[in-house]
Design a protein around this ligand. Structure first.
Ligand SMILES: [Zn+2]
Length: 274
């Protein structure tokens, strides 16, 4: 009798569990299948398809005993430009669209993880930061639920982001300079996150902000070189300036002109990268 009672209890619990995961059961299955396929590749020894591609005869696989998994070294922040968190999740399940991020944070501060930190999510796309042209491979992508036009940035959402960034910075030893926005990396195509409170993050050690007392840049100060040293791709200088303004001045962001005040801000940021 006792056994039967337990059996019924456990089957109800199991049913509740499957109901809770029901909405995302299909996508969860796809994730697990992909993760399993990757694990097969990681297990290979000797590794297939690498040494073979080196156009040279004298070569051999000899396994080392000392290695680990690659870790992220950047964090890239985005706004979703979508209606709500559910819509973003739906987009990140659309295999035709093919985009994703490691984390999505709702306006109510809910943190949703969608990809293991150690995997490569598809959030950065084409761009360049310093000499790195594949930030998807080296970064954690965080999407913040915001329509990108007029939505405010609720304190509860920023607080959740700060907690997430603290975890990432500590776990992967990510340098302060390496917390950037999508528009820093891809200023020809992107303006996200827009109107974003970067100073709050910089004050907590995520990215840099300019000094309160601004100095005049020295004679001969070259904004192009300064932007390049910070990390911007200056091949399209106008776009780089707009990206910089979107991040640091948040005024007149559609113009590539730098005012005296903008130049002071640029000089202040540039000095932090020396
Ligand atoms: Zn983005």
């Amino acid at each position: 009798m006792m056994i039967k009672k337990y059996a019924i209890y456990f089957s109800i619990v199991a049913l509740m569990g499957s109901c809770a995961g029901g909405k995302y059961a299909t996508t969860e299955k796809i994730y697990k299948k992909k993760a399993k396929d990757f694990s097969e590749v990681y297990k290979e020894a000797p590794v297939k398809g690498q040494l073979e591609k080196i156009n040279y005869k004298d070569k051999e696989w000899i396994a080392s005993t000392n290695f680990g998994v690659r870790k992220p070294n950047y964090v890239m922040i985005h706004h979703t430009a979508q209606k709500d968190l559910d819509q973003t999740v739906k987009t990140f399940h659309n295999e035709k669209v093919g985009v994703s991020s490691h984390y999505v944070i709702g306006r109510d501060g809910k943190v949703v993880q969608m990809v293991n930190d150690l995997y490569r999510a598809h959030h950065a796309g084409l761009g360049r930061w310093g000499n790195d042209t594949d930030l998807n491979s080296s970064s954690i992508g965080i999407e913040l639920d915001n329509n990108g036009i007029s939505d405010p940035w609720p304190e509860v959402q920023i607080n959740a982001l700060v907690q997430l960034l603290s975890y990432l910075k500590e776990t992967y030893k990510i340098p302060q300079a390496n917390f950037i926005g999508h528009m820093d990396y891809a200023p020809t195509r992107k303006n996200d996150p827009s109107r974003f409170p970067w100073k709050i993050l910089a004050d907590k050690g995520f990215g840099y902000w300019y000094d309160e007392v601004l100095e005049d840049p020295p004679v001969g100060f070259d904004p192009k070189i300064a932007l390049r040293i910070i990390g911007y791709d200056v091949k399209n200088l106008d776009a780089a300036i707009k990206g910089f303004k979107q991040h640091y001045t948040q005024m007149d962001v559609n113009s590539a002109l730098l005012t005296e005040h903008d130049l002071k801000i640029l000089y202040s940021i540039f000095k932090k990268f020396l």
